[in-house]
Design a protein around this ligand. Structure first.
Ligand SMILES: Cc1ncc(COP(=O)(O)O)c(C=O)c1O
Length: 450
C-alpha cells in the first residue's frame, strides 16, 4: 500500500474522530470532493483574515480562499456587519429586496458589457443559465467549449473537462468525453470540443457545426486548462466567427472576473455577449450571476409576451448573498485590484527564483491575482501540453501534503494560489520559503520525470 506523507505528520486527532462519524452518514464523508484528502479532511474551528484554525488548534495560512471565492479572506468585519444587519431583517422571502437592485447597479456600472444582470446561486447555475439563454435567443442547441476547461457541473458544460490521453482523440477533432457515467449520448453529440488558443483548428471545428451552435463558451483565463490567458488573436477570432454566424460569445468569468476591475474581458479589444459570474461576487456566500446584453437577456423577462426561458430559483438574489457581494465588490475597487495583482506578480517572481534555487524543471503561469505551478520547464499554452500524468500527480499530492501538514500552508489542489486582499508580503515570503523546502523534498522524484 502507498505510504502517504500524511502518515508521517498526522496523529489520531479530533478531525479523524469527526470523519469517522461523517462516513456513516455522508457519502464518502464529504459533500464536496474538493475538500477530501487522505486519510481524512480536516475540520475547521474558525477562520480570520488569511488564517484558518482547525479543531485541533493548528493554524494554517490560506492561499486557496475557498477555491478563489473569498477576495477579502475570512470573516471580514465590514462584510460581517452588513450581513448581520440584514440577517436581523430576514434572509429570504417570496418578495423582492432592494439589496438585489443595489448590487445589480454596482455590477452594471463596473463592466461596460453588463447591460442587465440576473442572480442565481452558484457558478454552475450561472453557466447553465447562460447556455440556456443562448439557446433560447438563437433557436440553436449545440454549444462549443474548450477541451479541459471547467465550467461547473451542468451536463453540457462539463463535457471533456477531464479528457486524458486515452480518450481525448485527434487534436483536429477532439472527442466529447463524458465526466459522469451515464451522460446521455445526445449531450456529448451536442457539445463541440475545441483546443484552447488554437485558432485554425477551432474555427474549422466551429465552421463544421455553424448552423447548430448557440454559443461559444470560453473562460478567458481557464484554471483547469493550465491557468494561462486566452490570446487576443484567439478571442478576436472567436468574436468575428460568432458575429458572422449568429452565435453568442459566452464568457465564464466565475473565477477570472478578479483579474481586472471590470473582469478579464476588459483585457481584450472585443467583448462577450453574455458573462457568467460567481465566487468573489458573493462576498463569501453562495452566488452566481448572468450578465450581458439587454437584447439577449430579454429571453428571461417575465413581462415578455412569449417567455423564451422561464427562470427562477428559491434562493436566487437572496439579500444575504447580494448584500455580502455588494460590500465585498465595493471594497475590491480599482486600487485594491491593482494592489492585489501587484502582490501576485511579486509572488510569481519570488517563486520563479525558488524554482531556480531548487533546480527543478518547473514554471509558473497565471494572471491577475492567480498563479499555478507546472512540473515542466516550458510554460504550457494548451490543455494537452499542461496535462499532468499519474506520476506527476503523485508528486503534486506529496508536495501539497507537505505544504499543508508540515508548513501549514493551504494551496489549491492544482498547485495554484488565488490571493485575497488580506495577504501580505510577509505571507508571500512564507509561501516561497516553504515552497523551496517542499520542492527540495520532491526534487529527486521530479528529476526522474524528465
Ligand atoms: C471557471 C468556473 N466556472 C464555473 C464554476 C462553478 O462554480 P460553482 O462551484 O459555484 O458552481 C467554477 C467552480 O470552480 C469555475 O472555476
Amino acid at each position: 500500500m502507498k505510504t502517504l506523507i500524511s502518515d508521517k505528520y498526522i496523529k489520531d486527532d479530533k478531525s479523524k474522530a469527526i470523519y469517522d462519524r461523517a462516513v456513516d452518514v455522508i457519502t464518502g464523508g464529504v459533500s464536496r470532493n474538493t475538500i477530501y484528502r487522505a486519510p481524512h479532511p480536516f475540520y475547521v474551528a474558525s477562520a480570520k483574515g488569511s488564517y484558518i484554525t482547525d479543531i485541533d488548534g493548528t493554524e494554517r495560512l490560506d492561499f486557496a480562499n475557498n477555491m478563489a471565492s473569498l477576495i477579502h479572506g475570512h470573516s471580514h468585519p465590514t462584510i460581517i456587519n452588513a450581513v448581520t444587519e440584514q440577517l436581523h431583517n430576514g434572509s429570504a422571502y417570496t418578495m423582492a429586496t432592494e439589496a438585489e437592485v443595489r448590487f445589480a447597479e454596482l455590477l452594471t456600472s463596473r463592466s461596460p458589457g453588463f447591460e442587465k444582470v440576473r442572480f442565481v446561486n452558484s457558478g454552475t447555475e450561472a453557466v447553465m443559465t447562460m447556455i440556456k439563454a443562448s439557446r433560447a435567443y438563437t433557436g440553436k442547441y449545440k454549444i462549443a467549449k474548450a477541451e479541459g476547461s471547467y465550467h461547473g457541473t451542468y451536463d453540457f458544460a462539463e463535457v471533456s473537462q477531464t479528457a486524458n490521453p486515452s480518450n481525448w482523440g485527434d487534436i483536429d477533432k477532439p472527442n466529447s468525453v463524458p465526466v459522469a457515467q451515464g451522460t446521455p449520448l445526445n449531450v456529448l453529440n451536442d457539445v463541440i470540443i475545441f483546443p484552447y488558443n488554437d485558432i485554425e483548428r477551432t474555427i474549422k471545428l466551429l465552421d463544421d457545426n455553424a448552423d447548430d451552435i448557440a454559443c461559444v463558451l470560453i473562460d478567458p483565463v481557464p484554471h483547469r486548462v493550465g491557468l494561462f490567458p486566452a490570446t487576443e488573436e484567439f478571442v478576436k477570432a472567436l468574436y468575428n466567427w460568432t458575429r458572422k454566424n449568429n452565435v453568442i460569445l459566452a464568457y465564464d468569468e466565475v473565477v477570472s472576473y478578479r483579474v481586472n476591475f471590470s473582469g478579464a474581458q476588459c483585457s481584450y479589444s472585443v467583448k462577450p455577449d453574455l458573462t457568467a459570474l460567481g465566487k468573489i461576487i458573493g462576498g463569501g456566500f453562495p452566488i452566481g450571476a448572468l450578465a450581458g446584453k439587454s437584447e439577449i437577456m430579454e429571453v428571461l423577462d417575465p413581462r415578455g409576451t412569449f417567455l423564451k426561458h422561464p427562470h427562477s430559483g428559491t434562493f436566487s438574489a437572496n439579500p444575504i448573498s447580494t448584500t455580502a457581494g455588494r460590500v465585498a465588490m465595493e471594497m475590491f475597487d480599482e486600487k485594491a485590484v491593482l494592489d492585489l495583482n501587484s502582490l501576485a506578480m511579486k509572488a510569481r517572481t519570488q517563486i520563479e527564483e525558488v524554482i531556480k534555487i531548487a533546480d527543478v524543471p518547473m514554471c509558473i503561469t497565471g494572471a491577475g491575482s492567480m498563479f499555478k505551478l507546472h512540473f515542466q520547464e516550458k510554460a504550457p499554452n494548451t490543455y494537452r501540453a499542461a496535462y499532468q500524468n499519474k506520476e506527476t500527480k503523485e508528486i503534486i499530492d506529496e508536495l501539497l501534503d507537505y505544504m499543508f501538514l508540515k508548513e501549514n500552508i493551504i494551496m489549491i489542489n492544482t498547485v495554484a494560489c488565488m490571493l485575497s486582499t488580506t495577504l501580505t508580503q510577509n505571507n508571500i515570503d512564507q509561501l516561497s520559503d516553504a515552497l523551496l523546502r517542499g520542492l527540495k523534498l520532491v526534487k529527486p522524484k521530479i528529476d526522474r520525470l524528465v
